[in-house]
Design a protein around this ligand. Structure first.
Ligand SMILES: [Zn+2]
Length: 583
């Protein structure tokens, strides 16, 4: 006898209450959680994913599981993961089958595939504007709630973009298992793809295994951790560094000048050494033998008991490992596909496509370090280190648009940014435009369309303080996206596909991805767009940003209609907002 254990059909309400839930991404461990586990639950789409898609099926006799489904689900159950079905059933709204027929079909699904811990069903039609019909994130939030966890601790498996988008908008991981009916563009945009349901399950269990340390970490002395690259790279390494810090007595970070400010904001670090590494830096200075000797001396003075060298997949840890050996570091761990000889004690390998934060965590795990039991694998900042935000934006809840990037291909095209500001302003959003000191001209041009220009007025810390009070961040694939992820602020990601989204997209934070994921620049790692006109991003309709904010549950706070949302230039000490903003 089938008894739904979930909350049943959620009502068609708007999403304000869910916004709070999005923000509580850093939940305390729930009952039964595996320490530092990556996921608590797997959510599964029904039609096309668990069973063959028979459109608007009300007949239990027509239920056919996809090949290997039962065994695959049992592997998840054996691993202690909770399972839920999240399914759109608009056939109810259309009167194509009854509630009773749906119950009998779902009972048949359980009979064939074993029990699920929750069922979340959207009974609404496309025009009901409900909060639960995928791609809205309502079913994902409801399933997480019913399973006693949070959406960011869930992974959703589905066969179409609505599934992947619902997962992302809830901050959950997504794995697509395409069917012949899935469009190529949907597959290209998915964060991760598996051939079929059993392969998706293997991927989930592999990802959990990768970040799981073999045993409890013994107390370790001084550990030197290394991440020499830009701010975003340092931020995504945060979970790996926190894992090391959980059992090290002292953590010393070696970072580059471009990552220094981000490093200052990361928890778990006792001391920072800032030093550019010419084999990592994008614009490297010539190798200076004296400088290398000085670096070796500096590393020797750390008296590290061991080192964990974090890198991106296209970087080599080996030159530094040699210096660390010369500095007398007895144990060195790193990811290296290249043969390391005697340079590494723990030579770790990671499959391509793993999200960068998990890649870092997996190296920490291979070196024997696990996150503290009450820690989450997501990104985090030391809130007490954030400087005061510049005056001007006023009350929390504005939308930050950050159009620039140090890498041209990953920035939002200025023309598009301008149109986005115009559309958001007209819809009643307060838009704050941010950029570095070198981007004042850009931000002035963009903000002129109806936003508040903070260009050049924020270092990384001030930018974090601005983002912390935002309803959402609209941004390309660049450092601030990871700041937002660390602050639990939803992201509208204008993501050029030059690098994989699943690897570099905002991690464990509600996100909507926009842009042409299948564009010619895909996986090129180009820093300058190889295609005239930068079509992967410039073809984005500004209205899609508006729709994304609504999907993420970020409300406009002024009744529609362009008005003066910020009074005067944000220069003076006491800026007063007028119109609908001064609340
Ligand atoms: Zn619904």
């Amino acid at each position: 006898m089938f008894t739904p254990r979930g909350a049943g059909n959620p009502p068609a309400v708007r999403r304000d209450h869910e916004r709070d839930q999005c923000r509580s991404a850093r939940v305390a461990p729930g009952p039964g959680r595996s320490p530092s586990g990556l996921f608590d639950a797997v959510l599964l789409d029904r039609d096309g994913t668990l069973i063959e898609d028979v459109p608007y099926n009300g007949d239990p006799e027509k239920v056919r599981p996809v090949p290997g489904a039962r065994e695959a689900l049992d592997r998840l159950r054996a691993a202690g993961l909770r399972l839920a079905v999240v399914t759109n059933q608009s056939g109810l709204a259309r009167g194509l089958f009854t509630h009773d027929e749906l119950r009998r079909v779902n009972a048949r699904v359980e009979e064939l595939l074993g029990p699920f811990d929750a069922w979340q069903i959207c009974p609404h039609g496309e025009r009901d504007d409900c909060a639960c019909r995928k791609p809205a994130p309502g079913l994902v939030h409801a399933a997480a709630r019913a399973l006693g966890t949070s959406s960011t601790r869930c992974v959703l498996v589905g066969d179409i973009s609505a599934d992947m988008n619902a997962a992302a908008a809830a901050g959950a991981a997504g794995i697509m298992v395409p069917t012949p009916a899935t469009r190529a563009a949907e597959v290209a945009a998915a964060p991760t793809v598996a051939d079929d349901l059993p392969a998706a399950v293997t991927q989930i269990l592999d990802r959990i295994g990768l970040v799981t340390a073999p045993g409890p970490s013994p107390r370790r002395g001084t550990v030197l951790v290394v991440r020499s690259d830009a701010a975003g790279d340092v931020l995504v390494t945060g979970p790996g560094i926190r894992a090391v810090a959980a059992s090290a007595e002292r953590v010393v970070l070696l970072c580059g000048p471009r990552g220094r400010i981000a490093a200052d904001l990361l928890p778990g670090i006792d001391e920072i050494i800032e030093w550019p590494l010419p084999w990592i830096d994008g614009n490297p200075a010539p190798v200076d033998p004296g400088g290398m000797r000085a670096l070796t001396d500096r590393l020797t003075a750390v008296h590290a008991d061991e080192a964990v060298v974090f890198t991106s997949f296209h970087q080599s840890p080996l030159p530094l490992a040699l210096l660390l050996r010369m500095a007398g570091v007895p144990r060195i761990s790193a990811i290296s596909d290249d043969y390391p000889g005697s340079l590494l004690d723990v030579r770790h390998r990671v499959p391509v496509g793993v999200p960068e934060p998990e890649r870092a965590l997996s190296l920490a795990a291979a070196a024997g370090f696990a996150l503290a039991p009450d820690d989450e694998p997501g990104l985090r900042l030391r809130a007490e280190r954030l400087p005061p935000a510049p005056a001007g934006p006023g009350e929390a809840g504005y939308v930050v648009l950050h159009p620039g990037s140090s890498v041209e291909t990953r920035a939002c095209p200025p023309e598009l940014a301008t149109r986005i500001v115009r559309v958001l302003d007209a819809a009643g959003y307060r838009v704050v435009v941010t950029g570095g000191p070198g981007e004042r001209e850009l931000t002035a041009r963009v903000a002129a369309a109806g936003g508040l220009d903070l260009g050049g007025r924020t270092g990384l810390g001030e930018l974090a303080a601005i983002i912390a009070r935002a309803g959402a961040l609209v941004v390309g694939n660049t450092g601030p996206a990871h700041l937002a992820a660390a602050l639990g602020v939803p992201v509208v990601s204008l993501f050029a596909p030059t690098v994989p989204f699943g690897q570099w997209g905002p991690y464990r934070v509600p996100t909507v991805r926009l842009g042409d994921a299948g564009a010619a620049c895909r996986d090129s790692r180009a820093t300058r767009c190889p295609v005239p006109g930068h079509p992967c991003l410039s073809a984005v309709e500004p209205g899609r940003v508006l729709a994304a904010l609504r999907l993420l549950g970020v409300p406009a706070d002024v009744p529609a209609g362009p008005a003066a949302r910020f009074a005067g230039p944000p220069r003076g000490p006491a800026v007063t907002a007028t119109g609908g903003v001064a609340r």
